[in-house]
Design a protein around this ligand. Structure first.
Ligand code: GCB
Length: 569
């Protein structure tokens, strides 16, 4: 018996509610009539979507809670199955109710989570699902108030109910890498649950196929009635083609247990740091990157697959071999396409700003750990991902911050020994987190834009490198201008952006300890902090504008990265 899915995307009822009222107040009240307790009439929305994606002027600036309501009946095929309600992501935190009863809450707007509906939902009955989503920010939330991007609110990725067979796999982590002798390594850890009334002896089977290869590994597993067995399968596969940006070789992985089957696409590559070098499959590589936000003027955070593909192709058209997915996990399709197109990824959790040593520090650290765990669980099979980042521009010159961040590094390393761990710092030589913890230091610098003169880039980067003693990825530099604004009247012109890029690329590109360049940003993106006369709610530091039209600087990057790719940079 295979697992089945019942999609809950499509038409939902929705209403904004009183900001001051706690998330938990609303859900149980919406058990029957929609009018009950509602101060504002509900409206019809399509899930997935964000209420502040720009399409509804009434809600575009709304930071608060919205209630989402969906009535459904499960099809007969769900009879006798354990059912699980799964959200791909809800911005930014939510509490979920089924028929007036709380299923639980989730914090973090970018990763999947689920609730077990065993005994709570059955075919033949009508059910009411209520989700109260909230997108407010404070100094205690992640992202915090200062985060320079939109906090999208609502059910903006897919929702479904999964019907599981009696014996099924709960969670699967498949981590691929490449051994020094060229074998494909795959570590698969999975929990097998037996919901039946008798003990089951099953065969866990993993098959890697593709490019003329078929490699199968099996393991006998015994699971008592009502129990869960955790199993790890380690595969060492001869004859694989290594994955790289030049040759993104992908394979199909199918893991099955008593009829339940999970599929993923995997690829095999190795990433390491040696001295001042970053090595991909044993060979030095320099990352020709850019920063991308998961954002678009027409779709907010719900970019159609074809638009994501086009974004990645645009990055490749200016000779990028890498992207930093700032500042939170992007839609999973992005990672699938990066695998397929050969783009190396830096991916991070939304630990952006925030007052990390006041309030309930422990609770907030656990919330971040959970966001990191969910990111690694979701994306650890993608060969494109080489860097887990545990944050951006936090107060990493403060001893309390170092203590706060240590568990995040530890968790990333415990879950995945094959990737590098980093974070993006703006604390220059005062940095005390990257030095002890990061494999490669992420450095954000805006010389010539926010601070000092562009001529300071070289000396300052050398000092940072001396202080940290490890290879550096320049994770941000840039200048802002609306596309088409020309001249020398001030810094907000394409001409100034070009001059600043030329200097940064030339100076930083010449430093061998700089193993990656990630200008800020690939595209202009929404940010309601950005309200001056040239911004109107958009951060305009893009190489392309919000509609993906190139600024003059695109050519500068393309030519420079082209030379770098040929080994001339
Ligand atoms: C930064 C931040 C990024 C901002 C960028 C800017 O240092 O990491 O989130 O958007 O600068 O444009 O100011």
């Amino acid at each position: 018996m295979e697992r089945i899915a019942f999609p809950l995307d499509g038409a939902w009822e929705m209403a904004p509610v009183e900001q001051a009222v706690e998330l938990r107040w609303w859900g149980p009240r919406i058990r029957s009539g929609l009018s009950e307790g509602f101060p504002i009439a509900t409206r019809k929305v399509r899930v997935p979507s964000a209420w502040n994606d720009g399409r509804d002027p009434e809600l575009n600036l709304f930071r608060g809670s919205c209630v989402y309501i969906k009535d459904f009946r499960l099809p007969a095929a769900f009879k006798g199955r354990r059912t699980v309600l799964r959200f791909d992501a809800v911005g930014q935190r939510c509490t979920v109710y089924l028929d007036g009863e709380a299923l639980g809450s989730h914090e973090g707007g970018y990763t999947p989570f689920s609730f077990d509906l065993a005994g709570k939902a059955a075919p033949g009955r009508s059910h009411r699902l209520v989700v109260v989503a909230n997108n407010q920010r404070s100094e205690q939330t992640f992202p915090a108030i200062s985060g320079d991007f939109e906090s999208y609110g609502g059910i903006y990725r897919s929702v479904e109910i999964i019907g599981l067979p009696a014996v099924h796999m709960d969670k699967m982590l498949a981590i691929p890498s490449l051994s020094a002798d060229g074998r494909g390594e795959l570590s698969i850890s999975v929990s097998v649950r037996n919901d039946s009334k008798r003990r089951r002896e099953i065969e866990l089977r993993a098959a890697v196929t593709g490019r003329g290869l078929k490699y199968i590994s099996t393991r006998a597993v015994t699971v008592k009635a009502g129990a869960v067995a955790s199993v790890t399968l380690k595969m060492r596969i001869p004859g694989v083609s290594p994955w790289s940006p030049e040759s993104p070789a992908m394979y199909d992985l199918a893991v099955s247990a008593a009829g339940d089957r999970l599929r993923k696409r995997v690829g095999f590559r190795r990433i390491e740091v040696k001295g001042n070098h970053l090595l991909l499959n044993g060979r030095p590589i320099r990352l020709r990157g850019a920063n991308r936000h998961d954002d678009h003027p027409d779709f907010g955070p719900c970019l159609p697959d074809a638009v994501i593909r086009r974004d990645l192709e645009l990055a490749k058209s200016i000779n990028c071999n890498a992207l930093r997915l700032a500042h939170y996990p992007h839609r999973e399709k992005t990672y699938e396409l990066a695998d397929e197109l050969g783009i190396l990824l830096w991916t991070e959790i939304p630990f952006v700003g925030g007052d990390v040593w006041t309030g309930d520090v422990r609770r907030r650290n656990l919330a971040l750990q959970n966001m990191l765990r969910e990111l690694i669980e979701r994306d650890c099979h993608h060969p494109s991902v080489i860097l887990w980042s545990v944050g951006n521009e936090v107060a990493s010159d403060h001893p309390a911050c170092r203590r706060f961040m240590a568990p995040l590094y530890k968790l990333a390393r415990r879950m995945d020994k094959t990737r590098l761990v980093t974070f993006a710092s703006n604390r220059g030589t005062n940095e005390i987190v990257s030095q002890p913890f990061s494999d490669v230091a992420g450095v954000n610098q805006y010389y010539g834009w926010y601070s000092a003169s562009v001529n300071d880039v070289s000396g300052n980067m050398d000092s940072i490198h001396r202080a940290l003693g490890k290879p550096i990825i320049v994770s941000e530099f840039g200048a802002e201008c609306p596309r088409g604004r020309r001249g020398r009247k001030d810094r907000w012109t394409e001409d100034y952006q070009v001059a600043l890029y030329r200097h940064n690329l030339r100076v930083l590109g010449a430093k061998r300890y700089v193993v990656g360049l990630f200008p800020w940003a690939l595209f202009d993106f929404r940010s309601h902090r950005r309200m001056n006369v040239l911004q109107h709610g958009w951060n305009r530091k893009g190489i392309f504008d919000d509609r993906r039209r190139p600024k003059l600087v695109a050519k500068v990057v393309r030519e420079f990265y082209g030379r770098m790719a040929r080994g001339e940079g």
